[in-house]
Design a protein around this ligand. Sequence first.
Ligand code: MN
Length: 223
Amino acid sequence: MALKYFVLTIALLAVVTSISHASDPSPLQDFCVAVNDSVAAVFVNGKFCKDPKDVTADDFFKSGLNEPGNTSNRVGSAVSAVNVNNLPGLNTLGISLARIDYAPYGLNPPHTHPRATEFLVVLEGTLYVGFVLSNPGPNMKNKLFTKILHAGDVFVFPIGLIHFQFNVGKTKAVALAGLSSQNPGVITIANAVFGSDPPIKDDVLAKAFQVDKKVVDYLRSQF
Ligand code: MN
């Protein structure tokens, strides 16, 4: 009898311990609004799964990443993303890829990926790259880490942190990025803050950036 209770206690402890060690899985989407309607469609990352009988090699294939992106834009860079949206076989696999092209002095502006750490490999050119910490402790608040990268160099941008790459060379640059999500998401800071739709109120931005509302209006007009 005593042994029975002992075993039961151990079993209960094991269950409680496993529950206390469990944590939420990382979200695969920007949001998932709860609904009470049980017949409403359920999407994971906006995708249903294809019947395995109908799956072919082409579901895991994409070509064209040898083609440079068009960098004729105001920042002088182009991101060609390969993720679950254009390579359906990536669904649930937790990775994705991007080719990034930079015109001379082109910039991939400060941005974050809410769901992915990023691995950057420079194939060509010279990039000034960096990321900014959140606020983990005294003297570390918003600390900036930067590096000059050349062909063959690799750099990591930790999940969620603001990062950028700037082509400091007189020639074009090319990099590949590996990301730890099938749908990393991207928040480009300037666009999100000054180009939101609808706009964030002037009062909010003027106070946040400690500038006149005219400056806010000017910055907003750039997006
Ligand atoms: Mn990035």
